[in-house]
Design a protein around this ligand. Structure first.
Ligand code: C2E
Ligand code: MG
Ligand code: MG
Ligand code: MG
Length: 293
């Protein structure tokens, strides 16, 4: 690469660029192999009702890379999205979650008490085969559609509203729940939201972080909850980290809580154990059966 002595800075820059490009290329290659190598895993973070009973869990992708260790989705999802790898990764996620959903059901211990939600990226949602892929994942694992929720973000839904409305309507007709993720980080307006066939809003953790100490955050959060209730949507709070936040969110009318305070994302086996414990408690003390939301 070196050309002349006087252009060292340029050389240095291009070497750095090249190193970056190289590491990007190898990351893409490793990620492309990760599925076949069985390196992807789903963790699950439980969601609870205000009375403490288990409602469901969100599937969160993890990559167990032999060279990089346990990689969080923040470090590879956007690259997967750019390169299109998200389509095969997303298929794997959907199929794995449906297999787990069936497994929870088959254990016989749960009576529709635990649903699983799956994050869907914009590129997946835009895939013309998306709807049939979801249907196929459910049928090939004999999983109940009523137990599956899909989490979508504004970026998936707002650029072609008519298309989104059509697809969401068809998903909901089958009993699949639709949740708007990361609410409060984008531009959502009431006029957009009222057109979309949704079941739930997930309040982003950033809205909740300072809600106890910051009057403006509190006002925004109240407005968001009021808006969701006006549209008859279930309100899910994510990123709940403190008891104060939990008490506040519950008093403001949040239907479901998710966050490190209640439970960290965990491997599927641990979720199964949690579901079994919850079911055993219910059967030991049927009078404490919580009211359904
Ligand atoms: P998300 O869907 O909004 O998921 C919530 C994120 O917040 C998760 O990060 C979760 O581990 C984290 N979290 C949960 N409770 C707390 C808390 O109390 N405090 C804090 N600070 N964080 C908390 P994670 O697992 O790293 O996932 C990050 C994002 O990656 C997700 O955000 C989602 O957008 C994306 N993602 C994860 N799995 C998938 C997947 O299977 N497919 C797609 N397309 N995207 C995924
Ligand atoms: Mg999510
Ligand atoms: Mg979120
Ligand atoms: Mg997010």
């Amino acid at each position: 690469e070196a050309k002349e002595g006087g252009r060292n800075r340029v050389c240095l820059f291009s070497e750095q660029r090249e190193a970056q490009m190289h590491s990007r290329t190898s990351l893409v290659q490793e990620l492309a192999n990760a599925i076949q190598q069985g390196e992807l895993m789903l963790y699950y973070q439980p969601q609870f009702r205000p009375d403490g009973s288990l409602h469901g869990a969100e599937a969160l992708l993890r990559w167990r890379s032999p060279s990089r260790g346990l990689v969080a989705p923040g470090d590879f999802i956007s690259l997967a999205e750019e390169t299109g790898l998200i389509l095969s990764i997303g298929d794997w996620v959907l199929n794995t979650a449906c297999r787990h959903l069936r497994q929870i059901q088959r254990s016989g211990l749960h009576d529709d008490q635990c649903s699983l939600s799956v994050n869907i990226s914009p590129r997946q949602f835009a895939d013309p085969a998306f709807l049939s892929k979801v249907e196929q994942a459910l049928t090939s694992h004999a999983a109940p559609a009523q137990g599956l929720k899909l989490e979508l973000t504004e970026s998936s839904l707002f650029h072609d509203m008519d298309h989104a409305i059509e697809i969401l309507g068809q998903l909901r007709e089958q009993g699949i729940g639709i949740e708007l993720d990361d609410f409060g980080t984008g531009y959502s307006s009431l006029s957009y939201l009222k057109r979309l066939p949704l079941d739930a809003l997930k309040l982003d953790g950033s809205l909740i972080a300072d809600v106890v100490s910051d009057a403006r955050d509190l006002a925004i959060l109240r407005a968001a909850i009021t808006m969701a209730k006006t549209l008859s949507l279930t309100v899910i709070a994510e990123g709940v980290e403190t008891n104060e936040q939990r008490a506040f969110l519950t008093s403001e009318g949040c239907d479901l809580l998710q966050g490190y305070l209640l439970a960290r994302p965990m491997p599927f086996d641990d979720l199964e154990a949690l579901i079994e414990r919850a079911a055993r408690q219910r059967s030991q003390d049927p009078t404490s059966e919580p009211a359904h939301q």
